[in-house]
Design a protein around this ligand. Sequence first.
Ligand SMILES: NC(=O)c1ccc[n+]([C@@H]2O[C@H](COP(=O)([O-])OP(=O)(O)OC[C@H]3O[C@@H](n4cnc5c(N)ncnc54)[C@H](OP(=O)(O)O)[C@@H]3O)[C@@H](O)[C@H]2O)c1
Length: 254
Amino acid sequence: MPKSKKMSKGTALVTGGAVRLGKVFSKSLADAGYNLAIHYNSSSDEALQTAQEIRQAGVECEIFQFDLSRSNSIDELITHVYTRFPDLNVLINSASVYDQAMMMDTSVDIFEKQFRVNLMGPYFLTKAFAQQCKAGAVINIIDNKIAFNQYQYSAYLLSKKSLAEFTKLAALELAPHIRVNGLAPGVVLPASVRTQDYIDWRVKGIPVQRQGTTDNITQALHYLLDNDFVCGQILTVDGGESLTNIGQNAANYE
Ligand SMILES: NC(=O)c1ccc[n+]([C@@H]2O[C@H](COP(=O)([O-])OP(=O)(O)OC[C@H]3O[C@@H](n4cnc5c(N)ncnc54)[C@H](OP(=O)(O)O)[C@@H]3O)[C@@H](O)[C@H]2O)c1
């Protein structure tokens, strides 16, 4: 039985919002009273399921398909969402690709995909959001690996480091009406290819000696959204892993 309708705080667009951390962001924003525009690419069943779960929270929710790796008209996604939700005021750029390859193994296709999804997507979505919505908040989901120079993730890491720099440039350009910030998680939901051995090994390099929880990350998300004096910051939530100057146990797992 859906809860009764909540007083809306506006609408949040979460890219990659149907699965994994993106789904956690979507549900947490719905619980906070935002209507939800869930973007997905290939996870259509999961998007429908997530939307159904979110409507149970008593807010409105629609799903929007878009492949960020192919389109040169990324602003169309914002136009579609804004047409349906004219109170769109939050953009969470969470969709991402993560292809592990050192430079010597990086093809133009791998490079282009990392930069299209992880940088061009957030860049042009932020631009279109600013043009159409005029006010609100943008949060770019980055990665604590930006603290290191792990060449094993060459194009991926360059795309995320660029996203961190873009966060600061956009924050300056769009203030005061739109605040842009970044959130850099550490080990929270490892990819399905990661073994328990890998996770145990990785945790040994984390000062607080544990994996992060999704609550640790959503708390940071809400802090960035709710504190309107925070602008252009990258909030790293990783148990201190990025403080170690060599990125101990965060590189290639042999
Ligand atoms: N999980 C962690 O512990 C962790 C740690 C550090 C940083 N992060 C960051 O947190 C964010 C979420 O991570 P995650 O691990 O939950 O996500 P993930 O498993 O990497 O999922 C990727 C998401 O990106 C979307 N996506 C992939 N290719 C796309 C494309 N071509 N066009 C549009 N969307 C596309 C997917 O949509 P579909 O499934 O619909 O195709 C999916 O929702 C990412 O930015 C990631 O870098 C996560």
